[in-house]
Design a protein around this ligand. Structure first.
Ligand SMILES: *[C@@H]1O[C@H](CO)[C@@H](O)[C@H](O)[C@H]1NC(C)=O
Ligand SMILES: *[C@@H]1O[C@H](CO)[C@@H](O)[C@H](O)[C@H]1NC(C)=O
Length: 176
């Protein structure tokens, strides 16, 4: 088996066109078959919630922009994300593996990573606590507000900790 320590798949829990707000007290069910029901019960259409949103978020959703990143190197995460953007930036990510460590800094809010359900991109890196510290070992570190992801796999490919190696623990995704 590949020695992938952690792999997190974010499925279509967040539907980028109509959503944005959910009931934070109702946990997302672990069973995939129940996610649609949970979604219908807990997330109102964007149009219904618009007036209750952070005005900065409502403004961001009103003028979305799509940028593309492809595994062949067409576009990349660093140059496609503008600093201090005020509109949602949907990063359309083609299928394949992206071996990269990415940090979304605070002044890059309103970002959505969006992959195709039948060809999900996989963002992978092998950071470990020994090298970066536990928190910063993550493949994707999100410091900015209003991030979302749809159909993207976040992975950390460092070897699974064996209880002997120091600092072998590793994260795939970190919000903070
Ligand atoms: C990405 O890497 C994984 C794990 O090594 C592998 O199973 C998969 O086939 C790769 N995907 C592509 C599109 O190369
Ligand atoms: C991560 O990958 C690099 C390049 O393949 C390798 O040199 C390094 O030993 C790996 N680190 C860990 C912790 O697996």
């Amino acid at each position: 088996m590949a020695n992938t320590a952690i792999e997190a798949v974010i499925l279509t829990i967040i539907f980028f066109i109509t959503i944005v707000v959910s009931d934070d007290n109702a946990q997302i069910p672990p069973q995939r078959s129940q996610v649609d029901d949970w979604f219908r019960t807990n997330i109102d259409a964007y149009t219904a919630r618009k007036g209750t949103l952070d005005p900065a978020l409502a403004e961001a959703e009103a003028g979305t922009k799509v940028v593309k990143v492809r595994a062949d190197g067409t576009g990349d995460f660093k140059t496609t994300l503008p600093k201090g953007n005020k509109n949602r930036v949907i990063v359309s990510i083609g299928g394949g593996n992206y071996t990269e460590k990415i940090r979304l800094v605070r002044d890059k809010p309103f970002v959505t990573f969006y992959g195709a359900p039948n060809d999900m991109p996989r963002l992978v890196y092998n950071g470990t606590a020994a090298q970066y510290g536990t928190v910063d070992s993550a493949t994707l570190i999100v410091e900015s507000d209003y991030f979302s992801a749809v159909n993207v796999i976040f992975a950390n490919s460092a070897p699974r900790p064996d209880g002997k190696r120091q600092g072998a623990q590793a994260l795939a995704l970190h919000f903070g």
